[in-house]
Design a protein around this ligand. Structure first.
Ligand code: NAD
Length: 334
């Protein structure tokens, strides 16, 4: 079937727009549109490509992980790629995800999922050799990230040395660096007092603070971390499940989300999402959804990956809180 020129043009426009927004968001930390608008465009492109697979190009933003590496930082190759997550926005799509997982694993049994908040910050990979922090890198394009080691060392909740037993020879701890809401308010107030640019939201403030060339500036910023996974590991077996990995990491002194829960079956996931959604505003930090991961490592390995995201995990996105007006209001104040 030939695709109409109109559809081809729309796909090209979407690719161009999304690439432009990606650049502003990931490279300059200066988004021009709210996330909800970005997500709408992204879903539209994904749907067009699903309906017309001929439209799919290798360089489509739907096939790639977020950003690129700014040349002001040294480039680091990740020992294991840092991927993105596929999104769903409602219960039906989550149900479809659970069905895909069970179909792929060829089982009717309810799955065990690990659930945790989807923190709205930026991903980091921290490499420990013999338990000592040697390197920290942003996600970048997923294969290459930026060397922000000096900046990450200034974050007090990041251990410079792991403690406890059974520390692997080499391990990459993965997590999200974020700025709590109260720290964000204080930072913006002080930016205003000093006639400096204010930040659009805590995510943007966290990214801007971590990607400073002068780590003394980063040290003054209220950044925190929650760790959510293990990347590369050498000299120790990979833990048998996500929840086991999280206990291990916590025992080494890394900070993990107190909201992490092991859930059996889809209904329990729906309930978790609903309950966390109700508490969203009262949390000390911004979240934009819930991440659900098939807990068992062997099953994760069977499920594997598609181009930019694992098949064994999904981000359930909450309705957006921030719309463009927020950005405009803030810009007017500057
Ligand atoms: P994502 O943020 O939707 O999901 C992947 C990321 O989630 C991971 O890299 C990790 O950093 C994070 N994460 C948080 N908590 C986690 C947990 N518990 N376990 C695992 N990962 C966790 O994907 P993305 O590619 O980073 O960003 C895409 C999103 O960014 C879009 O959906 C959009 O909302 C936003 N965005 C906005 C603009 C804009 O112009 N406004 C541009 C680009 C992207």
């Amino acid at each position: 079937m030939t695709i109409s020129t109109e559809v081809q043009q729309r796909a090209a426009t979407l690719r161009e727009l999304i690439n432009h927004y990606n650049y502003l968001y990931y490279v300059t930390d200066n988004p021009e549109v709210p996330d909800a608008e970005y997500d709408r465009l992204f879903s539209e492109l994904q749907q067009l490509e699903q309906t017309h697979p001929e439209l799919l190009t290798a360089d489509s933003p739907t096939q790639r992980v977020g950003g690129e590496v700014l040349d002001k930082f040294a480039e680091i190759e990740h020992a294991m790629p840092m991927l993105s997550l596929d999104n769903v926005f409602d219960q039906e799509a989550l149900t479809a995800f659970d069905k895909r997982v069970r179909d792929w694993l060829n089982t009717d049994q309810p799955q065990i999922y690990a659930a945790e908040p989807k923190l709205d910050g930026l991903a980091i990979s921290i490499r420990y050799e013999q338990g000592v922090l040697v390197q920290a890198a942003t996600r970048g394009d997923g294969n290459y990230g930026e060397d922000v080691t000096a900046n990450v060392r200034t974050i007090k909740s990041v251990p410079l040395k792991l403690s406890g037993d059974n520390i692997p020879a080499i391990v990459e701890v993965r997590g999200e660096i974020f700025m709590p809401k109260d720290g964000f308010e204080r930072l913006n107030q002080s930016q205003l007092d000093n006639n400096k640019k204010v930040f659009v939201n805590p995510r943007n403030a966290a990214a801007g603070s971590l990607r400073q060339l002068d780590s003394k500036i980063t040290a003054t910023r209220p950044l925190e971390i929650y760790c959510y996974g293990i990347g590369y590991i050498e000299g120790a077996a990979r833990p048998a499940s996500h929840t086991e990995a999280m206990s291990m990491i916590a025992n080494w002194g890394c900070r993990i989300s107190p909201e992490l829960k092991k859930l059996e079956g889809l209904e329990a996931c729906h309930r978790y999402i609903e309950q966390l959604g109700e508490r969203r505003d009262s949390l000390a930090y911004d979240i934009d959804g819930v991440v659900l991961k098939v807990d068992n490592t062997a099953l994760q390995e069977r499920l594997g990956f598609v181009s930019r995201a694992p098949r064994w995990a999904i981000a359930y996105k909450f309705p957006a809180q921030e719309e463009m007006t927020t950005i405009e209001d803030i810009e007017i104040q500057v």
